[in-house]
Design a protein around this ligand. Sequence first.
Ligand code: NAD
Length: 373
Amino acid sequence: MTASHDVFEFADALGPGKIIHVHEPGIGLKGTLVVDNVAAGPSIGGLRMAPDVSTAECFRLARAMTMKNAAAGLSHGGGKSVLYGDPGMPRERKEQLVRAMACALRDVRDYIFGPDMGTDEVCMAWVKEEIGRAVGLPSEIGGIPLDELGATGWGVRAATEVAIEHCDFELAGARFAVQGFGSVGLHAARFLAEKGALLVAASDSRGATASPKGLDVEALAELKRSGKSVADHPDGRRLDRDALVDVECEIWIPAARPDVLHEENMRRLKAKLVVSGANIPMTDGAERYLHEQGVLCVPDFIANAGGVICAAMEYHGSTESAAFAAIEEKVRDNTAQVLANARKGGVLPRQAAVALSRERVERAMSYRRWSIF
Ligand code: NAD
């Protein structure tokens, strides 16, 4: 592969405007920032920390943010950054890396850091102190703590409620499984359980637990808070982490890693509705297959927009209650519009969602001297 091919491998009509790699051998810092498209305004996107991230994953996530922010009608474009490392490393080491990453990207003013997998509001406080711009901050310094409050999970429930109108079952009494019992998964479980749905299985990176009678969401949250795995839950049957896909349920919520539903396991899924809390949780092939099997898949950037809506409202000085009301309204409207368009056009919900967002991004681009920056 030639160098020029490598650098422009992801380039298309929407972006990315910039791909920046940062490296500081003195402290072992390695990170990547992709600023995809800022026609609508400075990009907002999470900082992900994981040992196995890549530039390709960073680009796909940045593009997902362009589409998500446009779908949510925010005056922000899409970007994403990834930091190589184990997010469970000692705090002092993590703080050093996160602060260094922020400093390295200090002058890239069209990117605003937010929390993502492996980072949280404390990390965003470090970033804010270093460079003066971050969202998803602790409340003590003006933030709306979106992960603590469950902003994304709140939107996932709103999307689920609307999607169920297209299904042959009710939310009350429906069985659901959550892959990834972190900030998104835990709160999605809590809000869905409040509406009478039954959590029958949950997983995290260390394992899974299942019970057809239903699992107590608060007991699982307590286990996670005490540093244990959901697999340690005494009332559930312990399963292999990746056996979550086999669980009998109506609703399956991916809230962990990309591409967890793929060509090798897509036939095993029992659910009738998949509402994506995670970003890019399924391959294109899996999404098409599930659609053909009559499984309704609400696309990631429509269902999980709660976090970024909250973050953007925080950035513009709004309050928690206004942010939650906006999430409910925007996620509901977008889910309804996308599913109606998909049905009318005989296309996948993702195709309808991409068309909706793309039209909004292109309109924003048409107002600019240059198109994507
Ligand atoms: P998190 O780090 O709080 O939680 C992730 C959870 O997934 C953890 O419990 C972890 O143990 C588990 N996990 C990791 N790998 C797994 C695997 N292979 N199988 C099962 N569980 C696994 O992260 P989060 O903030 O909840 O984000 C989860 C996903 O949602 C990511 O894809 C993220 O990009 C997306 N997302 C997050 C937000 C947000 O507001 N936090 C918003 C939109 C999208």
